[in-house]
Design a protein around this ligand. Sequence first.
Ligand SMILES: [Zn+2]
Length: 465
Amino acid sequence: MSTLSSQLTSIRCATALTPSGWQRNCVIKFDQSGRIESIRENDDSAVDLCLEGTVIAGIPNLHSHAHQKVITGRAEHRVAGQDDFWGWRELMYRANASLNPEQLQTIATYLYIDMLQKGYTAVAEFHYLHHRPDGAPYADRSEMSARLLNAASEAGIAITLLPVLYCRGGFNNESVQHAQHRFYNRSDDYLSLLEDCHSLCGKDPDRSLGFAAHSLRAVSPSDISTTIDNAGDMLEGAPIHLHIAEQIREVNDCVEINGARPVAWLYDQCEVTDRWCLVHATHVDPDEQMLLAKSGAIIGLCPTTEANLGDGIFPAATLMANNGFLGVGSDSQVCTSPAEELRLLEYGQRLSLQRRTVLVPDGVGSNGRALITAAITGGNRARGERVSGLQPGARGDLIEIGSDHPEFSGRTPDQILDTWIFSGPDNPVQNVVVGGKHVVHDGVHLLMEDASESYRKMIDALDLT
Ligand SMILES: [Zn+2]
């Protein structure tokens, strides 16, 4: 497969959401690296593409494990003794035990195209399936990482590759389990992997690199700090991700062994700044909630996966009230739509607080617009992008919501976003542009048919028993 997207120099938008509000009949120009050079209203110059719908900046997916796609819908049968997160993890380990590099690329290509069609324009891939099934490294240590980068390039999605450090089996420095040998790296081997990934990303404007520690179970705070220090320039300014407090059991284990809850312990041991993305900060007490907001760290939430795994509900209303940052991700891939993630994020808060319009700050008005804006800002920060939204200097990532759908009739632009998030239609994303390249045309990615066929054949041949 080859990428069929075309590089654009300019787009005319009938209606576009910029940081200063809705603009009408504006022309967005891109520079050679695919970033936004200018946005001008009432500009009559000729353009490469005209979008008549409602245009917003693309939404980054800040947390994805591509390989988990193969078990979606396969872990929904109740099995005695396996009706919790840890039981699901065993199923996931078993299913992923045999995936090879080619299969991973097939999965990721299909998955990333699906994400694009639903409005994600970038993915932060939290990648830990590094080695062969027996735990031995591939001849090329970064083989699996390269497959993910290739899949992203084929699909045309921007990627932040987060090679995951995984160096122990629990808070007490236990050895890793057999199934975790595919993830395990010693510190020096991890740095070699990071070097390879750094050169694979190179100067490609649609690829970037970050650091990830799997969790505090799998990496101690001192190993996080030492590894980042040793990585030097490779991680300068780069985002730092980790799973932090997804399950009560890990919170209790952390308290028992380290005398503090995971978030409190992390902040005590490491200097957590706005470069950090704390994924699933689900279980936090009031003091920890204040630490999160004050540090400027981004809270990575994956509401559908968190619901699917019975994790719990993060107190997002408090974070937003304290001017904190959050973004959303597809995580286990049970849902690949940013709109559905944002809907469940808001609904979880409404159900627990018995209120409406919870996550929209006072004075903003539209709940859908507030959720989308938060996800764009937080998602970009989690990828190391400091300028986001439709404005000069930001990446040229945007999506068009087809506002001629009957469900949107009579709606203002804000109400179109509210309708998209809270009421459907299923998928009104029409055109998608990533780094100035037109990758989804009238709702369809030109490679979706081929990618679907390859994915279907691969899954049919996969032994998941
Ligand atoms: Zn995860």
